[in-house]
Design a protein around this ligand. Structure first.
Ligand SMILES: [Zn+2]
Ligand SMILES: [Zn+2]
Length: 493
């Protein structure tokens, strides 16, 4: 059997975003998601906004939600054109050809288009909706207007628009249906913003949806997820994801960097995190000390952002550096973030384990090779370097001797962690960010830890690129127990 590899590596690097042509964006313009609410005529930030996290423990069963009736979803001639609107790939349907009703919808809706969301590497890769905090790699939205209403009229009604949301999951072995191959084959022709091409190959919406059970779905009243964020949408989010071969997962939301990831690497041979088996660790004399530049700079953190699954501290550009440590290259420090596990997945604590011991938390400091762009780094086995630190609560009472030095270090570290966690309450919404003005250096947070484990691995979230030189420090960083609780609780909020 031959793999039909749909390798579409769209390099749209030449497109320079024209601020006037597009007044909102996900990254790289004035009106990023946290600023959408400031745009005129915008409903963004109001009370019934989408997307949401679907907490399955508080979902109620509604017996009034019967099955849907789909008209012409399996017609292979209804997709008229496919367009790059600068934010997404949108497939426009022939007028008055496709309809949806039932499923608890109040009336019949005319289906006008479907499009995709795949997040961006800067904020959160993946779907817009989350289920118990978990994101899928991609999400498809099938958009319908209440029959007889214009798009403007539909936006005036709380149920004027019906959107069917499908999660899209990547599978390695799962069959990638012909329909997806056909659809993605058009992408190479719409690499420029506002480019539209006619679709003349046979693809139906049902072909794309595949075997998803259409009688299992979540329902809520919400909004459009892009400006003007009108609160006019009856949302249907199907439980089961559409499974496609990982080749078609679209990656990176920034229009100037649209890529169809040629391959999601999740499940590959050099995946992280790992369990570090101390018995099989070998000493390596070529691993020397690290040289940290500006780890003691108290103004290196630019802002903190709630990515939807962690808190990330983004550093100022080209300021903090790491070399030595057997890395063989110089690296810029981009950001650091935290992992404290996921209650619903029963994986509380650090990502790496040592002899299967899990620590309460792990910090990852992410670096990129200075001589590579981020895109290049993601495709290079040592393009990224991540420093991992285990975090655990310091033992204060049980006769642990405190030398002056550790006492001193602990107090500066306590103050820095306090300052950092004080920001958390201001970024409780996904994608919200706060400028860091307090004096906090990385050294203040992490102190001095020396011995480390080294292995070649991957990013621990999609697309799991095997591009990471991992350094996991042996000694844990000790912080107040309270601060660990603050972070873990913040996640639950
Ligand atoms: Zn959408
Ligand atoms: Zn991480």
């Amino acid at each position: 059997m031959g793999f039909l590899s749909v390798v579409l590596w769209l390099s749209l690097g030449l497109i320079v975003k024209d601020a006037a042509a597009s007044d909102w964006c996900y990254t790289g313009c004035e009106h990023t998601p946290t600023h959408w609410k400031e745009m005129s005529g915008s409903f963004c930030g109001e009370s019934k906004q989408s997307p949401i996290n679907i907490n399955t423990s508080v979902v109620r069963t509604d017996t009034k939600l019967l099955d849907f009736t789909f008209v012409n979803f399996s017609d292979k001639d209804v997709i008229e054109s496919i367009t790059n609107n600068g934010h997404t790939v949108k497939c426009i349907l022939k007028a008055n050809a496709v309809e949806v009703s039932g499923g608890g919808l109040n009336g019949t809706y005319s289906t006008i288009q479907f499009h995709f969301h795949w997040g961006d590497t800067e904020h959160h890769p993946g779907s817009e909706h989350t289920v118990n905090g978990e994101r899928y790699p991609m999400e498809m939205h099938v958009v319908s207007l209440k029959k007889g209403l214009t798009a403007d009229e539909a936006q005036e009604r709380p149920d004027g628009i019906a959107v069917l949301g499908f999660f899209i999951n990547a599978t390695e072995d799962g069959h990638m249906s012909e329909a997806w191959e056909t659809l993605t084959s058009y992408l190479g022709n719409i690499s420029e913003i506002d480019k539209t091409v006619e679709v003349n190959k046979k693809i139906s919406i049902s072909d794309l949806i595949g075997h998803v059970n259409l009688s299992k779905f979540y329902r809520y009243m919400g909004s459009l997820t892009t400006p003007n964020c009108s609160e006019a949408v009856v949302w249907t989010v199907f439980h089961e994801p559409i499974s496609v071969k990982s080749d078609v997962i679209i990656h990176d939301n920034s229009p100037s960097k649209w890529h169809l990831l040629p391959d999601s690497h999740c499940g590959g041979e050099h995946q992280s995190p790992i369990n570090i088996d101390k018995g099989s660790v070998e000493m390596d004399e070529s691993l020397n000390a690290f040289k940290f530049t500006n780890f003691d700079n108290k103004h290196a953190i630019s802002y903190m952002i709630n990515t939807g699954h962690t808190v990330k501290c983004v550093l100022k550009d080209d300021l903090v550096e790491v070399s030595g440590g057997g890395l063989g290259h110089d690296y810029f420090t981009l950001q650091f973030h935290f992992h404290w596990g996921n209650e619903s997945q029963d994986s509380e604590g650090s990502e790496h384990t040592v002899d299967f011991k899990r620590y309460p938390m792990e910090v990852h400091i992410v670096h990129k090779r200075k001589d590579l762009t981020l895109d290049e780094a993601l495709m290079t086995p040592d393009g990224l370097a991540v420093l991992g630190f285990f975090i655990e609560a310091e033992q204060t009472s049980n006769g642990h001797s405190d030398s002056d030095e550790t006492a001193h270090r602990t107090s500066s570290n306590r103050e820095a962690w306090q300052k950092l966690t004080n920001y958390l309450s201001t970024i409780e919404d996904i994608d919200s960010e706060v400028k860091v003005t307090n004096e906090i250096s990385i050294d203040d947070l992490l102190g001095s830890v020396k011995s480390y484990y080294r292995y070649s691995g991957s990013l621990t979230t999609p697309s799991c690129n095997e591009a990471v030189v991992w350094t996991v420090f042996e000694e844990s960083v000790k912080v107040d127990h309270d601060l660990i609780v603050v972070l873990q609780d913040w996640n639950a909020a």
